[in-house]
Design a protein around this ligand. Sequence first.
Ligand code: PEP
Length: 250
Amino acid sequence: MRRKIVAGNWKMNNDLKETIDLINDLKQNLGNVDVKVLIAPSFPFLKTAVDQVGDHSIEVISQNINDNKSGAFTGEVSIDMLKSIGINTTLIGHSERRAIYNEDDVLLFKKINIALKSNMDIIFCFGEELKDRKSNSHFDVVKSQLDNTVMKLESSSWKNIVLAYEPVWAIGTGETASAEQAQEIHEFVRNYISEKFNSEVADNISILYGGSVKPSNAVEIFDKKDVDGGLIGGAALKAHDFIEIIKANS
Ligand code: PEP
């Protein structure tokens, strides 16, 4: 049975106090929900975030990892460092990493492999750009992003993976894919996983949708049968909105 998940990607937002305040607000107001809740603060505050969350079920995750174990990589953060402060899950392949920092499928596959080897779970992000959708090549683009990365893994690795479909044209733009557009890609991806691996892997994989999810559109999107939750950017910075979105997935 796959898990329902809502993950908040705080990106390069919130200073130390804002990070602590937001976590406290979430802890006080979330209540009992039947959804796995993840938050991804920025690197300097991860340890504080882990301590602040304490024994609450919210999981603190990383926005990124380096593809090397250790060494002369100025400004980078390794998996071992993250694991040493209690971080066991990371995003890989967010569209901002792909577009701004030129992370291509080859590098992303290296990151996936080193993460899995180090027992770190992954939320792997993929999704087409606006030009791809306009030229009706969005299925091909998504297929290729998966073929070059997660589709090359053994089926046993899939228990450590969550997928996040994030059409680039809907991220931070206020423009959301319709629930039907999200469902169409999610179903396509699940069927493709079933074809490449088996129906058990496909049934068990959580596929999140990301791209301008708000309290006002979350229910409709999460109601779709192949949408197992969301990866939330802007709306995850406000406790009230993030909690509304989480509850929409309950
Ligand atoms: C994201 O960055 O993963 C994202 C979905 O952002 P937003 O919700 O702001 O579109």
